[in-house]
Design a protein around this ligand. Structure first.
Ligand SMILES: Cc1cc2nc3c(=O)[nH]c(=O)nc-3n(C[C@H](O)[C@H](O)[C@H](O)COP(=O)(O)O)c2cc1C
Ligand SMILES: CCCCC(=O)C(=O)O
Length: 373
């Protein structure tokens, strides 16, 4: 649908009547549903085909139970960590999401401010609605650049050089999108990025289309490991591969020193791809601490963060939830979503007897249901 409008004036979370203020991430989703135009909400919410993987990502966390350690003698819990040399207050990152202006007029700048206020690292999409230069100039916190390798490799090199010059601290190469998934909600809505969502980073490129950019023919389906090596040489930054589900791919990435971002693109590409939490333990075992392991998909509660870290992730990333926050309250909404998840994580850590992230070990997690020790 062309002409989808910018979200109607968002209602700041803090302006809401006390009783209605969002308490958790699901409340933010419900508030975003009320505010966003249907096509924008569906683009955000949706996944590929029957959306099985979208559900599995989330349900995988509910299929695991926690076995808390008691009398651990800790006071509180500390979520500080370091990922690829960047010190962070908490292991909660913002995953890349295209076109933030679809969700709030403040666009990526508002997200960057909210992320910084919450001490979180933001990943800026190739398809951001502001340029990396604009975002870099306003960002006060750390950020990474997500790359869709373009068929035009000179343009690809230019993109990562621009991102590095603008302040990106790592390059996250998305490897799970040789083609985009069939998003039936978008097809039903006739949805394509409207003109205000044109990827700003590519606006200068000849033939850059303002329509249909979601299913972008410029993304190169034939990306190989050698591309990641070349990109690392071009930008001089740490490189992560986003979209890994198989242990042997993780091993290959770790052997080459690339960070491993376990993801199925939030269930938006290959429906019935495995839930990321199911894929995580085998990946963490092969990586064996050599490079950072990040996992995303379906993380909505602090207990989810605890389970992901217990099963071997160094950090988690959230996609849809911070965009709900952005839609509802701009920078404040992003900040509040991250802080809410962080508070829940600290609480869950205290309750399982973990003082630091290193105390989150696999023995804390068992299959849910009847547990026989
Ligand atoms: C609206 C939207 C746009 C996205 N855009 C990108 C993108 O530009 N690049 C990318 O690598 N992943 C993109 N993703 C995938 C996310 O980075 C992430 O893998 C996924 O959203 C995590 O799952 P969650 O939304 O359940 O937290 C997008 C996801 C959403 C919801
Ligand atoms: C070509 C894909 C653009 C954004 C994206 O990654 C998503 O919507 O999931």
């Amino acid at each position: 649908m062309t002409g989808t409008t910018v979200a109607s004036t968002p209602q700041a979370a803090t302006d809401r009547p006390r009783g209605a203020a969002p308490l958790n991430l699901a409340d933010y989703r419900a508030a975003a549903l009320k505010i966003l135009p249907t096509a924008a909400f569906d683009y955000l919410e949706g996944g590929a085909a029957d959306e099985h993987t979208v559900r599995w990502n989330h349900e995988a966390y509910q299929r695991l139970a926690l076995l808390p350690r008691v009398l651990a003698g800790h006071v509180g819990a500390h979520t500080g960590c370091s990922v690829f040399g960047t010190a962070l207050d908490s292991p909660i990152l913002l995953a890349p999401a295209a076109s933030h202006r679809l969700f709030h007029p403040g666009a990526e700048a508002a997200t960057a401010h909210g992320a910084a206020a919450a001490g979180a690292l933001m990943t800026v999409s190739t398809f951001s609605s502001q340029t990396v230069e604009e975002i870099g100039a306003t960002a006060t916190g750390p950020w990474w650049f997500q790359l869709y390798v373009q068929r035009d490799r000179a343009l690809t090199a230019e993109l990562v050089r621009r991102a590095a010059a603008a302040g990106a601290r790592a390059c996250v190469v998305t490897v799970d999108t040789p083609v985009t998934g069939v998003r039936e909600r978008d097809l039903r809505n006739g949805f394509a990025l409207p003109s205000h969502g044109t990827p700003a980073n590519l606006a200068h490129v000849q033939g850059s289309s303002t329509h249909g950019a979601i299913h972008d023919p410029r993304i190169d389906p034939a990306v190989g490991w050698d591309d990641l090596e070349r990109l690392r040489a071009v930008c001089g930054l740490p490189v992560l591969a986003k979209g890994i589900l198989r242990a042997e791919d993780a091993q290959r990435a770790a052997d080459a020193g690339f960070g491993v971002w376990v993801s199925n693109h939030g269930g938006r590409n290959l429906d019935t791809a495995a839930a990321t939490l199911s894929a995580l333990p085998a990946i963490a075992e092969r990586v064996a601490g050599r490079v950072p392991v990040i996992v995303d998909g379906g993380i909505r509660r602090g207990t989810d963060v605890v389970k992901a870290l217990a099963l071997g992730a160094d950090a988690v990333a959230i996609g849809r939830p911070y965009v709900w926050g952005l839609a509802v309250g701009g920078a404040d909404g992003v900040r509040d979503v991250v802080q809410t998840l962080r508070r829940e994580t600290e609480l869950a850590m205290a309750l399982v007897g973990a003082a630091t992230l290193d105390d989150l070990t696999a023995d804390l997690v068992v299959p849910a249901g009847v547990h026989r020790p």
